[in-house]
Design a protein around this ligand. Structure first.
Ligand code: NBP
Length: 483
């Protein structure tokens, strides 16, 4: 139904797949929704195909669109991230009045969101950068939404977003995350965790396929079974679906006909870069981004496959298949746990750096539904932060510590097996090194400090007394205290 005279509670600019699905979701949930797209064909197509799903108010100019919104006006931008977003923000800020709210629902880099919030605030309007997860299906049926921006905007925007968000146990998967770029920041880290989660699932598949010699359909059954336990999650569920799928053209397992070069749109890379900038070891996420890059290094891979690199001694799997499958399940669980723990570390560090005061319990709550990393496991994460919001690391929560007691030996066995089988398992292995580094009483960092003092007089601290010291390496090797 369309009514040009009715004022809309919310507007959507940009009616490609995400925007039109989001607009339909608003309309289906009782909101009158104003819709506008740069080229009017998309607006017409939406109204023609889905106009009966609820109350839409279509416009062909941004001025008419703004005039069709109830005050304070609220408009969500769902256009291509980057320059297009800046252009639309400018048009909306020009046409709107003081106190109106511009929401960017695209995948913006959080530093862009911080800049945009400042610019829009200087023009007297509110700006909310909102991370929206769940892809096109989530946009239509209930996404997980991570809005940042001023708290006042949340007061008016909150109920509308709650009406379309996914819902788990009566709790909507949306809450105010924090000021300016906080929403887009946590969405970025969410995507980074998603990269790691997908990579560890991939590594488990690789070991079962080429280590245990199992066929994709058989592995699909294993994943189906795993989905009824600790690993119960959307990604495990769809993995079983993909592995069970046959290629409609050849009848071969679909996974065998898909080129093994993983693409990326950049949010995982942003997460890794930000981890480096903040000095947070998010090794699982970074390694997953590198694994995708390596998969796409076609020329190098071809050269290496042509026998130019020695494989060394490759062993056959020498354990019972059922036992190996269970070990791989536990290694996957452990590596996944590390990736989440590291992701929450990055959020904590970002929150402190930018003064956002992000509550990790909120994230564990709103990621339980609607988003790609939705998993039963998030209830455990929420319980961990409920007990202690200042956990030094998620894996130090007593429940997860207990889980790791059961996971650590299988995890070590799987990393050893992968090495002996000559199969890559970069996140399984690097996560284990991270874990052992955290536990280690002494790290080789002492030696590195010695080296740095040797070649660059960078000084070092001592274990036995306070102060800063230097050895006269090129002289008499005496010790001097510099501070
Ligand atoms: P696209 O990212 O493909 O963008 C297409 C839309 O941008 C069209 O409506 C197009 O209008 C509009 N647009 C462009 Br391009 N330049 C414009 C300009 N200068 N002024 C006004 N409008 C302009 O759409 P999408 O895949 O629906 O994604 C929308 C946002 O949601 C993106 O930021 C994306 O990163 C994010 N996101 C997407 C997904 C997903 O699964 N696809 C998931 C999560 C987040 P036109 O019709 O006139 O060309």
């Amino acid at each position: 139904m369309t009514d040009k005279n009715e004022l809309a509670q919310i507007g959507v600019v940009g009616l490609a797949v995400m925007g039109s699905n989001l607009a339909r979701n608003f309309a289906r949930n009782g909101n009158t929704v104003a819709v506008y797209n740069r080229s009017p064909e998309k607006t017409h197509a939406l109204i023609e195909a889905h106009g009966e799903e609820g109350n839409f108010v279509p416009s062909e100019t941004i001025e008419d669109f703004v005039a069709s919104l109830e005050r304070p006006r609220k408009a969500i931008i769902m256009v291509k991230a980057g320059k297009a977003t800046d252009a639309v923000i400018d048009q909306l800020a020009e046409a709107m009045d003081e106190g109106d709210v511009i929401i960017d629902g695209g995948n913006a880099l959080f530093t862009d969101t911080i800049r945009r919030e400042k610019d829009v605030a200087a023009r007297g309007k509110h700006f909310v950068g909102a991370g929206i997860s769940g892809g096109e299906e989530g946009a239509l049926n209930g996404p997980s939404i991570m809005p940042g921006g001023p708290k006042e905007s949340w007061e008016t925007l909150g109920p509308i977003l709650e009406s379309i968000a996914a819902n788990v146990d009566g709790t909507p998967c949306v809450t105010h995350i924090g000021p300016d770029g906080a929403g887009h920041f946590v969405k970025m880290v969410h995507n980074g965790i998603e990269y790691a989660d997908m990579q560890v699932i991939g590594e488990a598949y690789q070991l079962l396929r080429y280590g245990a010699g199992m066929e994709p359909a058989e592995i699909a059954e294993v994943f189906r079974e795993w989905n009824s336990g600790d690993l119960d999650s959307y990604l495990i569920e769809i993995t079983a679906e993909v592995l069970a799928q046959k290629d409609p053209e050849t009848g071969a397992p679909l996974v065998d006909v898909i080129v093994d070069a993983a693409g990326q749109k950049g949010t995982g890379r942003w997460t890794a870069i930000n981890g480096l900038e903040l000095g947070v070891p998010i090794t699982g996420i970074a390694e997953s981004v590198f694994a995708r890059a390596l998969s796409s290094s076609t020329a190098q891979r071809r050269a290496a496959q042509e026998g130019q690199l020695p494989a060394g001694t490759i062993k056959e799997l020498d354990v019972d298949k059922a036992a190996f499958i269970e070990d791989v399940r536990r290694a996957l669980y452990a590596a996944k746990l590390i990736a989440y723990s590291q992701g929450f570390d990055e959020i904590k560090a970002g929150s402190e750096e930018f003064g956002w005061d992000v509550d990790p319990r909120d994230l564990a709550t709103i990621w339980r539904g609607g988003c790609i990393i939705r998993a039963k496991f998030l209830d455990r994460i929420r319980a961990a932060y409920d007990k202690n919001a200042d956990l030094p690391a998620l894996i130090l929560d007593p429940y997860f510590k207990g889980e790791l007691e059961d996971l650590i030996d299988p995890w070590r066995r799987v990393v050893v097996a992968a090495t002996q089988l000559g199969l890559p398992a970069p996140v399984f292995a690097s996560s284990l090194s991270y874990y052992d580094s955290l536990r280690a009483e002494r790290l080789p960092a002492a030696l590195i400090q010695g080296q740095r003092d040797f070649f660059g007089a960078h000084t070092f601290k001592r274990t036995d007394k306070p102060g800063v010291f230097h050895i006269e390496w090129s002289g008499d090797r005496s010790l001097t205290q510099t501070d």
